[in-house]
Design a protein around this ligand. Sequence first.
Ligand SMILES: Cc1ncc(COP(=O)(O)O)c(C=O)c1O
Length: 450
Amino acid sequence: MEKQEIDRLLEADLAHQLHPQFHVRDHQDPVLFVRGQGALLWDAQGREYIDGLSSLWNVAVGHGRRELAEVAAKQMEELAFSNSYTGYANVPSINLAERLISLVYPNLRAVFFCNSGSEAVEGAIKMARFYWHLQGKPAKTTIIARREAYHGGTLGATAATGLPAFHKGFGPLAEGFARAETCYPYRCGHCTGVDDCDLACADDIEQVIVDAGPETVAAVIAEPVHGAGGVIPPTPGYWPRLREICDRHDVLLIADEVITGFGRTGRWFALEHWGVQPDIMSVAKAITSAYIPLAAFIISERIHEAILAAPADAKFMHGYTNAGHPTACAVALRNLQIIEEEGLVANAEAMGDRLQRGLRSLLELSPVGEVRGLGLLAAVELTADREARTPFDAAENVGGRVLREMRQRGVISRAKGDSILLAPPLVTTPEQIDRIVEVVGDAIRAVRGV
Ligand SMILES: Cc1ncc(COP(=O)(O)O)c(C=O)c1O
């Protein structure tokens, strides 16, 4: 693209568009993407980048998939949209609901479609409360969410989010949420690492339930592996303990699999790693690999039975215009077929192993405090003092500077503070994985002079 045209576009962008998580200081030199193929992206000046975070953890099958464009075009010509409100249905949404139920945890039975991960989380929360309302326990409304959690940008999802930066300036936050500890062995008040985790972090959730009174608690919501909060996998016993705690107190367990769903961790869904089933689960992102917006929350047989048996005056009065959008559902079906036919869940596991191994080799660099991850989800946490695990002074913006150096070397991604986050597409090649590792190492060396 001509420089003049690029300059005109970027000027218009700054003049008329507000971007997510916006501050004008951070948008002085944006990358203007124009094309993608596989794990690669190109900007308007023709520079090539490896998409180190699958854009926003979502482009699972990689960029430039003609088959997804074709299925969307065909569905748009046939029936681009129809209303899915009660009393109406369309073919792709029925087929997708059936397909999802065949893929997810065996106890799950019915799907509610929406457009974004935030909407999926909102719906899951409303469904948990509504379930207890139907059970004659309307006082069970509190939602317990964890420190470091990211659940989305709508008001309920913001209240569930456990990262203070997302609360600033938006108060009062939605009522009916309580905060608990999370499983973050590297920075935990109870243990010093994965090997000596005694699950006191899970027991903290039980304590919050007991303190609130189980008769007032609707659900615990948690990401199987924290994503935007720093890619933090739990210790092996954590999720089974969480399930036990929820069962003991008759509290629903909501798994927010917006990032972890559809192969990212080397399993179709992340709780498969620990043999746990949630009562409700939220999914989005890789459901269509972001070729078109779509999300869903999925409920257990027990909750579905309650909805089916509800009296006439107990409608689940929740919905969105685009729920069950036929074009989005048709794209999702084809996207899931690609993941299955190309063995991308197994590839995520294999490439994930390669990525984790490569990143662990960076532990020889003194600022690298911890390397962690699961499947094709990884983080490199940088520290000022490795022994004491002291974080860098935030004013130094070490994470941001490392990202910038990575970008100059052709890998883009995001950071949480000084944790560099990585989640490349499930189609990333071994050579591209190795290049990501090399670039992360070089960027750390460039910033810290090590
Ligand atoms: C775990 C989790 N839940 C919910 C959301 C919100 O999804 P969306 O941005 O599509 O609204 C995100 C977004 O990154 C997420 O990571």
